[in-house]
Design a protein around this ligand. Structure first.
Ligand code: MG
Length: 448
C-alpha cells in the first residue's frame, strides 16, 4: 500500500485523492490510536471542502468513542494552541496549507500541540489497514463547538508589549483564515492596518496561497501606493509569513526568520537556533551576534520539533517563513512571526529596508532537475564521491561547504526531482555554484 501520509499529513485533490471516506476512516483510526476515548480538537481552514471533511472526521472520531472540540474556521497555529490549552489528547487540522483551492489535507497534532511524528502517522496507517475499533452505542462520543480565537488572541497580547511607532502595515491573508486573527491583532498591538484579500473565500480569488515572491505583487504594489511601512502575507493556514519592505521588495523567509531570531533572543545567554540544511548562512551571522549557536537538521517541521524535544532550542525555523517559538508553541506560527518581525522593526527607528541591510546580504539560486525515485540513492552516492575532497554534510542530501558559499543537492521526499540550492556572497558566485551543482547532478543522473 502506498504511504497515505506525505511529508506532513494526508493531502490531495478533494473527492479524488482525498475523500470523505478517507476522512471518516482517519477519524476512526485516530480514535482507536487514542484507546477509544479522550477529546480531540478539530479545526479547518476555509476551503470549500472543509466543512464536508470536518463532518466526516467528527463522525469518525465519535464512532470511535472520542469527544470532539469543534473550533470551526481557524489558522493552524490556533489549532495547535487550542489542543494544548484545552488539554485535548490530540488535534486535527483540515488544511492544504499553501496548495490551491481544489486540494485539502488532514494533519494530526499531539497533546503538546506538535505535529505527529512519522512513527505515529505510521501507527495510524497500520490501524487503517487492519481496521479501526468502533465503540458500543453507550460510548459514542459527542461534539461541542468551542471558540479558540479569543483565547489565542489574548495569549499573544499578554506576551507582547504594545508597539510604539504606529507602523502602517498592509496585511494580505489571501482570502484565507489568517484574516480571522492577524489584521485585528496587529491593530490591537498599535499598528495602522490595511487589509488586502480580507474576505474569507474558499476559492481564493485574490492570489495564490503560497508565500513566495511571485505571488506577492499585489501586496508589494499596495504597500508602495499606501505609503505603508511594510506588508505581511500568510499562506492558506497562517503558519508561514513573508514580509515586503516599504519599497515593495520581498524579504525572503530565511531573512524574516533571521530578524525575528535576533530580536526574540536578544539578551538570552548562548541561544540555540535550530534550522535546516537548506537555510541561509545569515542565521550563522545572527548566532554570532547573539553569542549562540546554529544547529541544522533535516528539512521539515517534524525534524525541527524532534530536535527541540531531544536537545532543546530557543527558536527554530525554515527558509519558507515558518518560525517555531518553543516557549510559545511547538508549531510554526506565522501570526507570531509577523508580530515578532514588526516588534523587531518597532524597536528601531529604521525603515524595513534599512533593518534588512543590518544583516549581511547573500544571494541564492534554487534549481531542480528530474530524477526517478529509484535512482536517487545512487545519484547521491556518486555526488558524494565527486565532492569527497570538500567539507560536506550528509544529513539531508549532500551539502557542500565552499570558500565562496554552500551548495545543497537534495532528493525531494515527495517528487521525482533533485533540488539544487546555492548560496554565496555575490550573485555571480551563487549562479556559478548552482551551475556547478546542476552539471554534477546531470552527470550523476546520466551515469546511474
Ligand atoms: Mg501552511
Amino acid at each position: 500500500m502506498p504511504r497515505l501520509f506525505g511529508t506532513f499529513g494526508v493531502r490531495g485533490i478533494v473527492n479524488k485523492e482525498l475523500t470523505i471516506k478517507t476522512a471518516l476512516e482517519l477519524g476512526q483510526a485516530l480514535a482507536t490510536d487514542l484507546g477509544n476515548r479522550g477529546r480531540v480538537a478539530l479545526g479547518r481552514d476555509n476551503r470549500t471542502s472543509g466543512e464536508m471533511l470536518e463532518l466526516a472526521l467528527v463522525a469518525g472520531l465519535n464512532s470511535g468513542g472520542c469527544d470532539v472540540v469543534r473550533l470551526g474556521l481557524t489558522p493552524t497555529p490556533v489549532l495547535s494552541f487550542a489542543t494544548r490549552s484545552f488539554g485535548c489528547d490530540a488535534g486535527v487540522m483540515i488544511t492544504a496549507s499553501h496548495n490551491p483551492a481544489e486540494y485539502n489535507g488532514i494533519k494530526f497534532w499531539d497533546q503538546e500541540g506538535a505535529g505527529f511524528q512519522r512513527w505515529r502517522e505510521d501507527r495510524i496507517e497500520r490501524i487503517m489497514s487492519h481496521g479501526p475499533k468502533l465503540v458500543g452505542w453507550r460510548d459514542i462520543g459527542r461534539s461541542e463547538r468551542v471558540e479558540a480565537l479569543p483565547l489565542y488572541f489574548d495569549a499573544i497580547l499578554e506576551r507582547v508589549p504594545r508597539f510604539r511607532r504606529g507602523l502602517k502595515v498592509v496585511v494580505d491573508c489571501a482570502n484565507a483564515v489568517g484574516n480571522l486573527v492577524t489584521p485585528s491583532l496587529l491593530r490591537e498591538l498599535g499598528c495602522q492596518v490595511i487589509s488586502l484579500n480580507s474576505q474569507l473565500d474558499g476559492t481564493f480569488p485574490g492570489r495564490k496561497l503560497e508565500t513566495i515572491p511571485e505571488n506577492l505583487n499585489g501586496l508589494a504594489k499596495a504597500v508602495v501606493s499606501c505609503k505603508a511601512d511594510l506588508g505581511v502575507a500568510h499562506d492558506g493556514d497562517a503558519d508561514r509569513t513573508l514580509v515586503v519592505d516599504e519599497r515593495g521588495e520581498v524579504i525572503s523567509g530565511d531573512r524574516v526568520f533571521a530578524h525575528v531570531a535576533l530580536h526574540y533572543l536578544r539578551g538570552k545567554s548562548r541561544p540555540r537556533i535550530l534550522t535546516t540544511v537548506a537555510t541561509s548562512s545569515v542565521l550563522d551571522d545572527v548566532a554570532a551576534k547573539l553569542g549562540g549557536e546554529v544547529v541544522r537538521t533535516k528539512v521539515g517541521e517534524p525534524e525541527l520539533v524532534e530536535e527541540i524535544r531531544k536537545n532543546g532550542g530557543d527558536i527554530a525555523g525554515e527558509e519558507n517563513g515558518g518560525v517555531i517559538f518553543p516557549d510559545w508553541l511547538l508549531c510554526r506560527d506565522g501570526i507570531m512571526t509577523a508580530v515578532q518581525f514588526i516588534a523587531a522593526l518597532d524597536s528601531t527607528d529604521m525603515k524595513a529596508s534599512e533593518l534588512n541591510l543590518t544583516l549581511p546580504k547573500y544571494f541564492q539560486v534554487k534549481r531542480r532537475l528530474e530524477c526517478p525515485d529509484e535512482k536517487k540513492a545512487k545519484v547521491l552516492a556518486r555526488l558524494t564521491k565527486r565532492f569527497s575532497r570538500y567539507r560536506t554534510s550528509h544529513m539531508d542530501g549532500l551539502r557542500i561547504e565552499l570558500e565562496e558559499g554552500w551548495l545543497l543537492l537534495r532528493p525531494s521526499g515527495t517528487e521525482p526531482i533533485f533540488r539544487c540550492f546555492a548560496e554565496a556572497k555575490t550573485e555571480k558566485q551563487a549562479k556559478a555554484l548552482a551551475a556547478l551543482g546542476m552539471r554534477e547532478l546531470k552527470a550523476a543522473i546520466k551515469g546511474s
